[in-house]
Write a new protein. Structure first.
Length: 241
């Protein structure tokens, strides 16, 4: 992870995401529904649900929306079925791109994803073509604003909580964990009194690519098009935006 700041990309995409908040809530509701169907409605015994609920809260999703999605997933009359699918491909300037989707129609989703790539300087690849360039990690961000903790103290807290690595900038402490350890590390840091700005399992690129201005704009257009699709839940890439 050295040299990579996921937080910069999160902040860089924030305004675009704010404009699409209703659609983001819809997608997270679908993820909550699926997590409840698979593991039940209690986040204390369903780690997947707890993680999606954390994601919902980090996106300022209202509690009423979260509760409705849980109730829908718990209902025996609801019979929606979604397949989890990952698309791999290349964006402008050879950028590696991963697209995670929840789809009830794989033909529709695959066509839409392919069009988004092809119309924005990219192309879909075969399974495994770019996924090896990413590591699946637990990720926690703790904003430094108003936090009277130095780097050494924070690192000690992270290691005692079970975190693997920490990166520091003027704005944030970024903590990386094994995905299976994320709930435990998250809970331990919260018990220490830290407020988490982000806590999720994500894909971290092993190396990053700095794009020319025109290629950066084209990649952002591709990401926007992908994120507009109702079936697409997450888009990962190795570009610096």
């Amino acid at each position: 992870m050295a040299g990579h700041s996921k937080w910069n990309n999160i902040q860089g995409r924030k305004n675009a995401q704010d404009a699409k908040r209703g659609k983001i809530f819809q997608k997270i509701s679908r993820e909550i529904y699926m997590a409840v169907k698979k593991g039940g409605p209690d986040p204390d015994t369903n780690p997947s649900l707890r993680m999606v609920m954390d994601k919902a809260k980090s996106n300022n999703m209202p509690n009423d929306n979260i509760d409705r999605a849980i109730k829908k997933g718990s209902s025996t009359t609801e019979n929606e079925n979604y397949d989890e699918v990952t698309y791999e491909g290349y964006g402008p300037q050879g950028t590696a791109v991963l697209v995670h989707a929840l789809s009830d129609n794989l033909n529709r989703t695959g066509t839409n994803v392919r069009v988004a790539f092809n119309k924005n300087g990219g192309s879909l690849g075969e399974k495994g073509s770019v996924s090896y360039m990413f590591d699946r990690k637990g990720y926690i961000a703790i904003a430094r604003e108003g936090l009277d903790v130095d780097e050494d103290t924070m690192l000690m807290s992270v290691l005692e909580a079970g975190g693997e690595e920490m990166e520091t900038s003027d704005e944030v402490f970024e903590v990386y964990t094994d995905p299976s350890d994320l709930p435990e590390v998250r809970d331990a840091l919260e018990k220490e009194g830290y407020t988490l700005a982000q806590a999720e399992v994500t894909m971290i690129p092993q190396t990053t690519v700095e794009l020319s201005e025109d290629k950066r704009v084209t990649l952002e257009q591709m990401i926007d098009k992908l994120e507009e699709d109702d079936d697409v839940s997450e888009v990962f890439h190795n570009a610096i935006l």
